[in-house]
Design a protein around this ligand. Structure first.
Ligand code: HEM
Length: 280
C-alpha cells in the first residue's frame, strides 16, 4: 500500500505522528502553570489535546522558517513540525496533501524535487531552503534579493515589496490576483531585479501559479485569488479562516496554469518592456 495516501493509513499511525508533532511543539517552552503547554498556547487559549491541532500558532524563538510561505504556513498550522526542523521528504509530501489537498503526484514531485535540489535527502530544516541559488532565487515577490553574495537569502517578508506586488493585482478582475496579473508581476520583478536563469524562472512562475491555484479554489485559473487572502497568506503565513480546500490541486492542472503564466510572460516581453518596476 502506498504510505502516502493518508486516508488509507491506519488511524493509530496518523495519530501517533500528529501527537509527535504536538509533543515536539510544546516541549521547548514549558509553562510553569501548565507544564505541558507553552506560553503561547496558553495565551491563545489553545490546547494540544483539543481537536484544534491545526490551528495557527506563530513561530517561537528558535523555530526554523524558510522563504517559502507555503511551507512556513504548514509549520504554523502543525502540518509540518511546528519547530520547522527534522523534516523528511515524506513529511513534506504528507503535509502538502493534508494542508493544501495536493494530489499525491504533485506533492511527490515538489517534495522530491525540492530535497533533490537542496541535496538533503534525509532530513532538513526549513531554513535550509534559504540557501541562495539552489531553489531560492532573486526577484521574489515578498523577499529581498540575496545581497553581497550572502549564502542564505532573507527569510523575513518585506512588507513594502509585498504591498507593491499585491497592488499590481486586480488589473483584470477587481480585487482578484489572476494568472494574468501574476505574469505581469513576474515580468516586472524580473526586469527590476535582472533576468533569472531558465530553471529559476520556471520555479518562480510555478510558485505563484500553484499559490493562486490552491488559494483561489477550483475556479482559480479563471478568477484568480482574492488579493486579501493572498496577501495574508504571504505576510502572516497563515491559512485563511475556516480553510477547507474545495479541490485537489493536480499535476496536469498545475502544468496548465504555469504554462499560461509562461506564455503570457512571453507575450508581455515581446511587447515593449514595462516602464514602471515593482521595487522594494
Ligand atoms: C503547495 C506547494 C507550494 C506553494 C504553493 C509554494 C509557494 C511559494 C511561493 C508563492 C513562493 C514565493 C515567495 C516569494 O516570492 O517571496 C515560494 C518560495 C519558495 N518555495 Fe515554495 N511553495 C510550495 C512548495 C514548496 C516546496 C515543496 C519547496 C521545497 C521543498 C519549496 C521551496 C521554496 C523556496 C526555497 C522558495 C524561495 C524562492 C524565492 O527565492 O523566492 N516550496 N513558494
Amino acid at each position: 500500500m502506498n504510505p502516502l495516501i493518508t486516508s488509507t493509513r491506519p488511524i493509530h499511525q496518523a495519530t501517533r505522528r500528529s501527537s509527535a508533532i504536538v509533543r515536539r511543539s510544546i516541549s521547548s517552552t514549558p509553562s510553569s502553570s501548565h507544564p505541558s503547554m507553552s506560553h503561547q498556547e496558553l495565551a491563545e487559549g489553545s490546547c494540544p489535546h483539543s481537536d484544534k491541532m491545526h490551528e495557527f500558532r506563530a513561530p517561537q524563538d528558535g523555530d526554523s522558517r524558510s522563504p517559502c510561505p507555503a511551507l512556513n504556513t504548514l509549520a504554523n498550522h502543525a502540518y509540518l513540525p511546528r519547530d520547522g526542523k527534522n523534516i523528511g521528504v515524506w513529511d513534506l509530501v504528507r503535509a502538502l496533501k493534508e494542508g493544501y489537498h495536493l494530489s499525491t503526484m504533485l506533492a511527490c514531485l515538489l517534495s522530491f524535487g525540492g530535497v533533490f535540489l537542496l541535496g538533503q535527502i534525509r532530513c532538513m530544516s526549513l531554513v535550509d531552503l534559504a540557501r541562495h541559488g539552489l531553489i531560492e532565487h532573486n526577484a521574489s515577490l515578498g523577499h529581498d534579493d540575496d545581497v553581497n553574495g550572502a549564502e542564505y537569502a532573507p527569510i523575513k517578508v518585506d512588507k513594502k515589496l509585498l504591498h507593491h506586488v499585491c497592488a499590481e493585482g486586480g488589473k483584470f478582475l477587481p480585487g482578484r490576483l489572476t494568472l494574468h496579473d501574476a505574469a505581469r508581476i513576474r515580468v516586472k520583478r524580473e526586469s527590476a531585479c535582472g533576468p533569472l536563469d531558465g530553471p529559476h524562472a520556471e520555479i518562480a512562475r510555478g510558485e505563484i501559479a500553484i499559490a493562486i491555484g490552491i488559494l483561489g479554489g477550483k475556479d482559480a485559473a479563471k478568477n484568480g485569488v482574492d488579493i486579501g487572502v493572498f496577501h495574508n497568506w504571504m505576510q502572516h503565513e497563515r491559512l485563511p479562516a475556516d480553510w477547507k480546500p474545495d479541490h485537489t490541486q493536480g499535476l496536469y492542472q498545475t502544468y496548465k496554469i504555469t504554462k499560461y503564466v509562461r506564455d503570457h510572460m512571453k507575450e508581455l516581453k515581446a511587447e515593449q518592456p514595462p516602464k514602471e518596476t515593482v521595487e522594494s
